[in-house]
Write a protein that binds this ligand. Structure first.
Ligand SMILES: Cc1cc2nc3c(=O)[nH]c(=O)nc-3n(C[C@H](O)[C@H](O)[C@H](O)COP(=O)(O)O)c2cc1C
Length: 189
């Protein structure tokens, strides 16, 4: 019995270390994606993690989709947004990773600190495949902080994003869906 408890404690400790490492040690690019016929600006924010750049790839595809409907997008990691004036953006896409069934801590903190009153936002929840609670939490947090959530979507690394597209990799499917998400945006003026 003692052995089992020790093993469980070690596993728990390792999981806590992995969570802390993942939440705080990611690096990722911040880039502009401009449209030839731009009339609106979009800020896309994400908190990179150290393992794989699924978050950036999804942000990039959303920006490419937005480009086709006349948006200039600025993709930024959260740590680069300190001096960003949110009022210059008509739309904000918040792309959060899921850790232990919740949106990543930096994204939650960012939402609480920024003035999102009446801001049009799109909530994007990424994860291996279990994101329902995290997605709900992200939406609630945005609404609680006065934002208007015009769309909310999850994309998964492991769980099939679309059962019917089995001839493509799951990641390809997710990226195509992210592009469509961007392309479907139409803001009322
Ligand atoms: C400590 C830890 C906890 C995680 N918890 C969840 C979870 O609760 N639900 C889920 O769907 N994915 C979970 N994941 C997977 C990540 O959400 C997923 O790897 C990430 O969103 C994909 O981003 P990336 O490709 O940029 O790494 C977890 C990953 C780690 C490392």
């Amino acid at each position: 019995m003692k052995k089992v408890i020790v093993i469980l404690l070690v596993v728990l400790l390792l999981w806590v270390c992995l969570t802390l490492f993942t939440q705080y040690s990611g690096r990722g690019p911040s880039i502009p994606i401009t449209s030839d016929h731009s009339s609106q600006n979009c800020l896309i924010v994400y908190n990179p993690d150290p393992f794989y750049n699924f978050d950036f790839l999804i942000c990039d595809k959303i920006a490419e989709g937005l480009k086709t409907v006349g948006f200039d997008s600025q993709i930024m990691t959260l740590d680069k947004t300190k001096n960003v004036e949110l009022s210059t953006y008509e739309l904000i896409v918040i792309c959060s990773n899921t850790y232990n069934f919740s949106p990543d801590w930096s994204t939650q903190k960012w939402i609480k600190e920024k003035n999102l009153l009446n801001k049009k936002t799109i909530a994007v929840t990424l994860g291996a495949g279990s994101t329902k609670r995290s997605k709900d939490k992200l939406e609630k947090l945005l609404l609680h902080n006065g934002a208007s959530v015009i769309e909310s979507k999850s994309f998964w690394l492991m769980k099939p994003n679309d059962q019917e597209k089995s001839n493509k990799t799951n990641e390809q499917v997710a990226l195509e869906m992210a592009f469509e998400l961007g392309r479907s945006v139409k803001l009322e003026k």
